[in-house]
Design a protein around this ligand. Sequence first.
Ligand code: HMG
Ligand code: MG
Length: 298
Amino acid sequence: PLPASVKIIEVGPRDGLQNEQQTISAETKIELVNRLSQAGFPNVEAASFVSPKWVPQMATSSEVMAGITRRPGTLYSALVPNMKGFEAALAAGVDEVVIFAAASEAFSQKNINCSIAESIARFRDVAQAAKQHHLRLRGALSCAFGCPYQGEVTADSVADVVRQLRELGCDEIDIADTIGVATPRHVQVVMRRAIDEFPIERLSGHFHDTYGQALANIYASLEVGISIYHASVAGLGGCPYAKGATGNVATEDVLYMMQGLGIETGIDLDAVVDAGQFISDKLGRKAVSRAGNAIAAK
Ligand code: HMG
Ligand code: MG
């Protein structure tokens, strides 16, 4: 049987907007985060404390965190690549810090300018600091199904980094298809390997929809028993260090599917559709969510 309920993490304000070329005001980001938390998400990835030279769009992260209205029941997360980012995230009052590694050496170099081993060593300090300050710690694992620079990525290399993230004390680990190349059977093979290394109830699926496989890959993960998924409102996004990568699977589409499957999310789909139309209007384009646009047109 499929899980009776799932946790959906909304990553639009971070993964969705980080690659956007036009400058988006902090005010707009704040309204987006507020609309999403009000829709009932248990977790919103709201910010990223990375180098503004690398990802200029996230430079307003402190301002965004300071401006939002905290909803009890929503955890606010932020990406943190090193101690400098951790200090900023701590000062901004995030609930959860996300360290982000890769299953591919080539991607690790391009994305965070160091090897996988160096990144783990760097994250050790962040992980310790997070524990000390009683912040939740999440670990993201990019290129778990393929890499834009080195091509194939084995399930063994995924399992290897999952183990290292577990040893750092991660509360949750994200298996990410950065460039959206995975297909359902491949997803099941990799997820089953990851489950050998980390508790299934704390593993998540982070699927980009570049090749149109994301919903199918979520369904395949449900069959394996994975019960945490990341999604981006209006299908926003792409990764600045993964050329051609498109957005995460659209949240509206995921919620529509879960509703049809009778799987509980606790999220108000109509409110998410409104949030998707709001941010798409601000960006001056149509939302990428099929379900979102269909519902909005009714
Ligand atoms: P580096 O150049 O090797 O680092 O970058 P550095 O320590 O030499 O610092 C260079 C400059 O950046 C210095 O400034 C630092 O102070 C500053 P300068 O002295 O030149 O003026 N700096 C910072 N500033 C603000 N906050 C910080 C910070 N750290 C250093 N935290 C670094 C290494 C990791 C910093 C850089 O490569 C970086 O920021 N990378 C981030 C890349 C990124 O954000 N990628 C997108 C997110 S990952 C993703 O989207 C995938 C995911 O969605 C899952 C999936 O789909 O796969 C999570
Ligand atoms: Mg991503």
